[in-house]
Design a protein around this ligand. Structure first.
Ligand code: FAS
Ligand code: PHB
Length: 386
């Protein structure tokens, strides 16, 4: 098989890149390890930056998102019994869109007409540091090969693309957080019209949503916890303990239809390009979900790579793809910083001293009372410019 861009990974990065390239007549093949249904069964992100909304529109996949997505002009932050609001549109004139990653991925799959191969294994990226890269893989036990001009490594944190770059070239930076997030999806009305990020002396909690009848809640949990340790009743009782009393009182509980624990890490690999292999999204970087930046930073990578590949094929110049890694990493590191800062502000860390707790409280007081602090948070949350 031959294509122009071989895309490893059929998650949001690979599908969005594939759809944008397809709209410009650039041929792609997506290789996905799992099935479409499996990919769509994973409950992940819920908040889209305007940049991702614009890319979905440019990809011709924005109709349902515009119909069903919920515009949010701010978010609530609580600590102890205090709760205050950070107004995004007041400080940035931009909102965010609440629309689940599952739906983004579904819309991209529904739109995709170019070749997608599911249930692949033994994927190998070969000769990426030459002008004639190719990808080998097995499907149904039969070995296959795709010759291509470029390879987009969109295969997430556990994929093969990042490790194709030799250790002599690759530099990795990592911070593992001493806690996880226990997430629950429930067919209940959200406790509030906006998200609530809660810092409590028992740990972090987040009240989010997917639509007016579908809520998404998280509580910080121990890395030693497993989903089996948490009955629905235990989860709801703990969530209520971490919210201001009026919000806890208003919380509508119900059976969980999904329950999972995600570990939290900050991770960046440099460079994001090696020869004709380009890394996109979680294949290159991970953030703690506190700032809702994982999916959105995958989108900014896709924007830079799409523009570079479009310029290569349409104008015959390599400026865009040559600048990709440096350009993408400049934004990635700012997102890593914000996600680390917001996680440090909102969580309880096992090794926090009394002094650390007072500093955290002072930072929350400053954010509550200072417009410049709220403007800085809002700029990062709605998404830094591409
Ligand atoms: P993905 O991991 O989504 O997709 C990679 C795809 O590649 C997968 O479909 C995988 O099956 C496939 N693949 C892997 N190896 C392969 C191989 N060798 N060959 C072929 N295919 C292969 N972000 C937020 O903003 N908010 C959140 O609340 C949030 N929660 C998260 C919870 C969890 C448990 C995880 C893991 C991530 C969460 N994220 C969240 C981040 C998440 O949304 C990612 O940023 C987003 O999925 C990135 O998309 P991709 O880069 O496409 O990677
Ligand atoms: C979600 O709705 O899943 C969500 C929202 C905001 C975050 C993280 C997760 O910061």
């Amino acid at each position: 098989m031959k294509t122009q861009v071989a895309i490893i990974g059929g998650g949001p990065s690979g599908l969005l890149l594939g759809q944008l390239l397809h709209k410009r007549g650039i041929d792609t093949v997506v290789l996905e390890r799992k099935t479409r249904d499996y990919v769509l069964s994973r409950i992940r992100a819920g908040v889209l930056e305007q940049g991702l909304v614009d890319l979905m529109e440019e990809a011709g996949c924005g109709d349902r998102m515009q119909r069903e997505g919920i515009r949010h002009d701010g978010t609530l932050i609580s600590y102890g019994d205090q709760m205050f609001r950070v107004d995004f549109t007041e400080h940035t004139s931009r909102p965010v869109m609440v629309y689940g990653q599952t739906e983004v991925t579904r819309d991209l799959y529904d739109a995709r007409t170019a070749k997608t191969v599911f249930n692949v294994d033994q994927v190998r990226i070969c000769d990426a540091d030459t002008d004639a890269p190719y990808v080998t893989y097995n499907v149904d036990g039969a070995p296959q090969r795709i010759d291509c001009d470029f390879v987009a490594g969109c295969d997430g944190f556990h994929g093969v693309s990042r490790n194709t770059i030799p250790l002599s070239v690759r530099r990795e930076y990592e911070k593992v957080y001493p806690f996880g997030w226990l997430g629950v999806l429930s067919e209940t009305p959200p406790v509030n019209e906006e998200l609530i990020y809660a810092n409590s002396d028992r740990g972090f909690a987040l009240c989010s949503m997917r639509n007016p009848q579908l809520s998404r809640y998280y509580i910080q949990c121990s890395l030693a916890d497993s989903v089996a340790d948490w009955t629905d009743d235990a989860f709801w009782a703990e969530l209520k303990r971490r919210l201001p009393p009026d919000q806890a009182q208003a919380l509508v509980t119900g059976p969980s239809i999904e329950k999972s624990i995600a570990p939290l890490r900050s991770f960046v690999t440099e460079p994001m390009r090696w020869g004709r292999l380009f890394l996109c999204g979680d294949a290159a970087h991970i953030v703690p979900p506190t700032g809702a930046k994982g999916l959105n930073t995958a989108a900014s990578d896709v924007h830079y790579l799409y523009q570079g590949l479009r310029q290569y094929y349409e104008d015959g110049v390599t400026d865009g793809i040559d600048a990709y890694s440096e350009q993408a990493l400049a934004r990635v590191w700012k997102v890593e910083r914000f996600s680390w800062w917001f996680s440090s502000l909102m969580h309880r860390y096992p090794d926090q001293s009394e002094f650390d707790l007072r500093i955290q409280r002072a930072e929350l007081e400053f954010l509550r009372s200072n417009a410049a602090a709220q403007a800085a948070m809002a700029q990062n949350y709605v998404g830094l410019p591409y």
